[in-house]
Design a protein around this ligand. Structure first.
Ligand SMILES: [Zn+2]
Ligand SMILES: [Zn+2]
Length: 138
């Protein structure tokens, strides 16, 4: 009669049955063994210098292959955060949101009527989100 042992997989927690061995089996499958070992070595290595260098290299390789895309991203960012456009629009007395001439009754404001409406909605959404966040029990 062969004795079988009930074990729990160290990786996925599944129950499995194994014959007693010199080196006890800890995983339900080869896949779980590989995944678990990869996770352990990641946890062990993620703070080492080598690993950080390795991540840096991966990013650099990606950058070399995606340079135009990356530049686009940067340009888009600087375009969005450009103060220059804002100041220019204020100087020209046009709407700082869309760059169009403001309505007669909006002359003293920075935004045209349409943009101020959008702004209000954004603000409301922002405040609602803040309120939601502060209501979340910690
Ligand atoms: Zn498993
Ligand atoms: Zn506008």
């Amino acid at each position: 009669m062969v004795l079988l042992e009930n074990k729990k997989c160290l990786c996925c927690g599944a129950d499995f049955v194994t014959k007693p061995r010199v080196i006890p089996k800890k995983f339900c499958s080869e896949k779980c063994r590989t995944r678990y070992n990869a996770r352990v070595s990641y946890e062990k290595n993620k703070n080492t210098k080598e690993y950080k260098e390795y991540r840096k290299k991966i990013f650099k390789d990606w950058l070399d292959n995606n340079r135009p895309h990356f530049n686009d991203l940067c340009r888009e960012r600087s375009r969005l955060y450009s103060r220059k456009r804002y100041t220019e629009r204020v100087k020209n007395n046009v709407c700082v949101g869309c760059g169009r001439i403001k309505e007669e009754e909006r002359q003293s404001k920075r935004l045209c009527f349409a943009c101020s409406r959008i702004q209000t909605v954004h603000d409301k959404e922002y405040h609602d989100k803040k309120k939601l966040q502060s209501n979340v029990p910690t």
